[in-house]
Design a protein around this ligand. Sequence first.
Ligand SMILES: Cc1cc2nc3c(=O)[nH]c(=O)nc-3n(C[C@H](O)[C@H](O)[C@H](O)COP(=O)(O)OP(=O)(O)OC[C@H]3O[C@@H](n4cnc5c(N)ncnc54)[C@H](O)[C@@H]3O)c2cc1C
Length: 440
Amino acid sequence: MNIISKKIMIIIFFIFGVLKAQNDGKVYDVIIIGAGISGLAAADHLIENGFDVLVLEARNRIGGRIWSYSWNDVIIEEGANWIHTATGNPLTKFAQDHGFTTYETPLNSMVAYINGKKIDNNQYDNLVKEFWAYIIANQHKGQDESLDKTVNNFMVENSFSLDELNILSYLVNSEISNEYGTDLKNLSRDYFDIGEEYDDGELVLHNGLQQIIDILKHNVKIKLNHIVTNIEYRVNENIVVYANNKRFYSKKVLVTVPLGVLKSGDIEFSPPLPESKQNAISDLGMGLLQKHWLLFDKVFWDEDVVWILSVNQQNWECMNYSSSGKPILLCFTMGKYAKSQEELADSIITSDVMSVLRNTYGQNIPDPLDVHYTKWASDKFSYGAYSYTAVGNTTETYLKISEPIHNLIYFAGEHTHENYPATIHGAYLSGLRAARLIRN
Ligand SMILES: Cc1cc2nc3c(=O)[nH]c(=O)nc-3n(C[C@H](O)[C@H](O)[C@H](O)COP(=O)(O)OP(=O)(O)OC[C@H]3O[C@@H](n4cnc5c(N)ncnc54)[C@H](O)[C@@H]3O)c2cc1C
């Protein structure tokens, strides 16, 4: 072999070596992007039906927005906490079938304060009933508009006292904004409560929702720390998925990354997603809910209730977590305020929530011994907590995001389920639905 042939051989071996390093040499039936509950439910279903599946997950853990772990020897849920509307919910059956220990959080176990004075529960109940009746009566009247406007009309049309107005504005935020993770002005009047619900019950898994994830991951081939950056798809060709500068090949791809990630453009689709899908992704709202755990040396709050509401401008709302065996309060905040807070030092956030607690329980309550705060807005594998129905969104917005492209690229995740968005059961069902579509 002359010197030129040797050089050519070396170049060929080098190129071959690089290509080999860039993929694992297989064409999978399906690559699933994201190991949250939707991705793992789909993977589990497809594997059971004989498909060769690979899951690529950006984080160093699975579960996505389900993330249970021990903090000060107490299981806390960084993301989802409850199986909402548990009676008839498929995840309740899942938990029962696997023998998980569960308990319920009563929704009506609450106390409300204004400036350290307890609000009469009847006064609260009546205001809330009046408020809901007004909202329902005013939905679907003319063109959709911001829910904020309807709420303001309700306030203006009734002659409430200043105290009543303050209580109402706080309670509305606590009932609606905390639920949907955004400020009222962003929510659609007509569709903010889109979808369906099962029957009563807010179920908690004693050892965390992660147990569901651990069951679903069984038998699934998952590559952690693999951040997908590009997806190239062409009809009649294998799809190429790029993660960590490596190429992975498959016949079909299921994208389950959160709405926030789709919005960010961190994953490039080639060719780009159809314009109508891009519009739906950009239009659907992505909300934010933050959780703040505070450990004290002893309980100083109302120990016999679950929810502790105290009228405050920032819309803090707390939950008595002492049934865990430790004097812990779990406080929530949402929307624009929660986002601005995420950029602040933990000590400033602590003083903020403590000022609300001191206004409620007196200046002498102690500082917390330990705190832990979530940061979902800056989490680059989520960019927020869960989707919400913004002004102008309808069922069609969710359906458009879930629509497959050329039977090659499929979509699942809480933001694709028109009946149960923003929930773990919606995400779970969306994964199963996408898996069935892929099978057919
Ligand atoms: C604070 C909070 C409280 C909540 N409370 C409740 C509750 O009580 N009850 C309830 O029903 N729901 C609740 N939810 C909503 C619920 O957690 C979600 O609806 C559900 O977990 C979403 O599952 P998913 O599979 O759609 O997405 P995810 O669980 O987010 O899974 C998507 C996965 O994709 C991965 N990913 C992202 N980008 C990439 C990339 N580029 N490459 C590869 N992988 C990537 C992510 O890391 C993640 O693991 C809450 C959510 C939050 C944040």
